[in-house]
Design a protein around this ligand. Structure first.
Ligand code: SIN
Length: 299
């Protein structure tokens, strides 16, 4: 499977890597009209590179939903910070935006930083993938960075791998990545009692068989069975490996970009941007199946 810069991949499709460890720019495809062979090549490239970027797309919400559905059933979008659902008639679309309409935000996450996270990991069955489509982007800021959690596992020294391989982490459902309290949740700083789900810390990717750290987000995370202090010390150590610059790729958005990422083996974060600028992004979530995400019980 060739994926060096600009080399043919499938028909007119070309791939070029966006960083050493993850990400590829896919050239020469219109996501509205993919034949089965090109879709199969995109699927393979996504599993291989973890994050794919498609530029110059012209997608309606319906096009975004039908492209996303080729990867599996979709989850409904999470409820917005204001309690509203998003796009009328299309409950699968989550709007990420700082734009206000009649004094109410049309989407989530505002214009501040969104910290490192993987989508909706506070649920028992988080989405396996997300597709984010850029409708309006600010002239500067609002870049999204991605980090390989395969790489994070590989970076851990052997003794640390052995120490964490069978541990489980509580993924907090109190705050979203922008720091906003989720609708209907009472804020708490104690991860042992906050809403959320416990997942294995080290998972086996069901489609590639590779091991990856599954960290979710740092705030209010908790390693099941440890004291809070011991849990925080160990999580800080693991996170320092997991988010090294060498494992990341930063994306500068243009309108018409679609980025598809694998939540089982990546995390992402977003830079803050000028609150007076407009940023409007539409996202879908492709349903996961946690029963397929094997925990590592011994290395
Ligand atoms: C997200 O976390 O899904 C949104 C990222 C972004 O706004 O770039």
């Amino acid at each position: 499977m060739s994926d060096t810069s600009g080399t043919p991949y499938n028909g007119a499709m070309r791939l070029s890597r966006t960083s050493a460890v993850l990400g590829a720019l896919v050239h020469g495809v219109d996501l509205r009209t993919l034949d089965p062979e090109t879709f199969a090549a995109i699927h393979r490239a996504w599993l291989d590179r973890q994050v794919l970027l498609f530029r110059d797309q012209a997608l309606t919400d319906e096009d975004l939903v039908s492209f996303s559905r080729r990867f599996g059933d979709l989850d409904q979008a999470p409820v917005q910070e204001t309690g509203r659902r998003f796009v009328d008639g299309i409950p699968e679309i989550y709007v990420v935006s700082n734009v206000m309409q009649d004094g109410v935000p049309i989407g989530s996450l505002g214009s501040g930083e969104a910290v490192w996270h993987t989508d909706m990991s506070y649920l028992p069955d988080p989405p396996k993938a997300s597709a984010l489509y850029a409708l309006e982007v600010p002239a500067t800021g609002g870049d999204t960075s991605f980090c390989s959690m395969y790489g994070a596992w590989d970076e851990l020294p052997g003794p640390l791998q052995r120490r964490v391989e069978a541990l489980r982490v509580k993924h907090d459902g109190t705050y979203n990545s922008g720091g906003y309290v989720r609708q209907g949740v009472r804020p708490t700083g104690d991860p042992r009692t906050s809403p959320g789900t416990i997942h294995p810390l080290v998972c086996v990717h069901p489609e590639t068989g590779r091991r990856a750290l599954y960290l979710g987000r740092r705030r209010n995370a908790y390693i099941d069975g440890l004291s809070l202090d011991d849990s925080n010390t160990l999580l800080d150590e693991i996170w320092a490996y997991g988010t090294r610059d060498s494992l990341t790729w930063r994306h500068r958005w243009e309108a018409g970009d679609l980025v598809l990422w694998d939540n089982r083996c990546t995390m992402h974060r977003r830079d803050a941007f000028d609150p007076a600028a407009r940023r409007v992004m539409h996202r879908t979530q492709i349903r996961g199946d946690s029963t397929q995400r094997g925990a590592v019980l011994s290395v």
